[in-house]
Design a protein around this ligand. Structure first.
Ligand code: NAD
Length: 487
């Protein structure tokens, strides 16, 4: 596959000739050198997108949709290759990229392919004598910055609605994981997307990303990543008032009540934190347990966590692979020290695995920590296979703990009491709530957060609003409209 920038329908080297190395986190061996975009390449990509956008927006919506549907088919035809690529570059176990990442990517393009000609404007009931209608227009050229935790899936979450709505895109994948997005660029060219409609620029965040945030010719920047970078983007874009959509960090509370089905809750809570090595903004990284079941829950949960099979992400038996980078591994391990300093207790893990076969890689054992709700490990996004546990007595206390972080992205509730589930779901400060399940996502259901988890929503009709602007058109349908200056 090509390892160059994708601009105006062609693959090319960066103006500077610079490249970045992308590594396999299993052993930190080199996978490929990839062209690294700088400001001159961003300018070139924005110019290509600007040239392509009017025709793309004028194209019949059904035709735009048809191209997205063809891309979904192409992804399915190349599923195995994409799964291997994504696993190699990120560390996701191949069983997950095969079963989740690749199918979800195809489904997202298919959903928005269908959406393209179904997202409608409206007629607004204003006073008699006027027809007022609301048209939804594309924004123009939009920038998109994708993180390294789910690069393939997030590429689809960002590209599909933007394109369905008639925008053209300049996208920067994360420097750690550019490969699957570049493969999507190849497939887009193959299925016939016009040149310039999508431009893909692997590059450094503080160089190409920052330049995109500052750029005056992007109508919008959609970003997924850390809250700290999100704040930097807000500052960088202040000079040109571009529209922002920010999907930032999280510290998901997963609350298990005394009446929960414990078998389901233990399994769901393990999936919530250990899937993708905990590198998920919606990870259930805080377990909040009712005292009546805490001992039994902790015993069963740590037993399950200890049995998770760590290994090379390309081995189909592997249940947990390496983290995506050594830097992330060090970050996660450093939080074990933080937990201990504040009086926390490590119940499981807290270190790299002893297996010599994994020593070169970015592995961390599933880690379970007892901590107070106010401790740093209960407040800060660790972004790894690291869960902090606290206990509660009353529903009020559970709610207080759940809401006591600056984040508000995802939260889980495990209970057999329907009233409690609704009451709590309504009161939790969070963009998404899962009851007796966790981390369910669908292209049809809005995804996003409140507070320091960002603003704007991905998915569903909500995201189509994010990628369009409303135009209100007034038509005088009354031939005898009273003049303002009667003469
Ligand atoms: P990051 O936010 O720095 O990186 C995410 C994306 O932003 C990458 O594409 C990066 O190139 C880009 N970026 C970085 N600096 C930028 C800038 N100044 N302007 C524009 N774009 C920029 O995340 P990271 O440093 O790779 O990871 C640090 C922490 O962020 C993690 O430990 C985790 O807590 C969090 N994180 C969260 C998510 C999420 O989905 N919420 C994703 C990745 C990382």
């Amino acid at each position: 596959m090509r390892h160059q920038l994708f601009i105006g329908g062609r693959f090319m080297d960066a103006e500077s000739g610079d490249t970045l190395a992308t590594l396999n986190p299993h052993d930190n061996s080199l996978i490929a050198h990839v062209a690294m975009a700088g400001p001159a390449d961003v300018d070139k990509a924005i110019a290509a997108a600007k040239a392509a956008q009017p025709a793309w927006a004028r194209m019949a919506a059904m035709e735009r949709g048809r191209l997205l549907l063809k891309l979904a088919d192409a992804i399915e035809e190349n599923a195995e290759q994409l799964a291997v690529l994504e696993s190699m570059d990120t560390g996701h176990p191949i069983r997950d990229t095969r079963a989740l990442d690749v199918p979800r990517t195809a489904v997202t393009f298919r959903y928005f392919g269908g959406m393209a000609d179904k997202f409608e404007g409206s007629v607004i009931p204003v006073e008699a004598g006027f027809l007022n209608y609301l048209a939804r227009e594309p924004l123009g050229v939009v920038g998109q910055i994708v993180p390294w935790n789910f690069p393939l899936m997030f590429t689809s979450w960002k590209l599909a609605p933007a394109l369905a709505a008639g925008n053209c895109v300049v996208m920067k994948p994360a420097e750690l994981t550019p490969l699957s997005t570049l493969r999507i660029a190849e497939l887009m060219a193959e299925v016939g997307f016009p040149p310039g409609v999508v431009n893909i620029l692997p590059g450094l965040g503080h160089v190409a990303g920052q330049y995109m945030a500052e750029h005056g010719e992007l109508a919008k920047l959609a970003f997924t990543g850390s809250t700290a970078t999100g704040r930097r983007i807000v500052q960088a874009s202040a000079g040109n008032l571009k529209k922002l959509q920010l999907e930032l960090g999280g510290k998901g509370a997963n609350i298990v009540f005394g009446d929960a089905n414990l078998t389901a809750a233990v399994n769901g809570a393990a999936f919530a934190i250990f899937h993708n090595q905990g590198q998920a903004c919606i990870a259930g990284s805080r377990l909040v347990l009712h005292r009546s079941i805490a001992d039994e829950f902790i015993a069963r949960f740590t037993q399950l966590a200890a049995s998770i099979k760590l290994g090379n992400q390309l081995d189909p038996r592997t249940e947990m692979g390496p983290l995506t980078s050594m830097q992330q591994r060090e970050r996660v391990l450093s939080y074990c020290g933080v937990a201990l300093e504040q009086g926390g207790k490590i119940l499981l893990g807290g270190k790299a695995p002893a297996d010599p076969a994994l020593r070169q890689g970015c592995y961390v054992e599933p880690t379970v920590v007892l901590a107070e709700p106010g401790d740093r490990v209960s407040q800060e996004e660790v972004f790894g296979p690291f869960v902090s546990i606290t206990t509660f007595e009353t529903d009020q206390e559970a709610l207080r703990i759940a809401n006591a972080t600056e984040y508000g992205l995802g939260a889980g509730l495990w209970t057999s009491n329907l009233q409690r589930a609704h009451q709590m779901a309504a009161r939790i400060k969070s963009g998404m709530v899962w009851v007796n399940c966790y981390k369910r996502v669908s292209p049809a259901s809005p995804f996003g957060g409140v507070g320091q988890s960002g603003y704007g929503r991905e998915m569903g009709f909500e995201v189509m609003r994010e990628y369009t602007q409303a135009k209100s058109v007034w038509i005088n349908v009354d031939a005898n409209l009273a003049p303002y200056y009667p003469r």
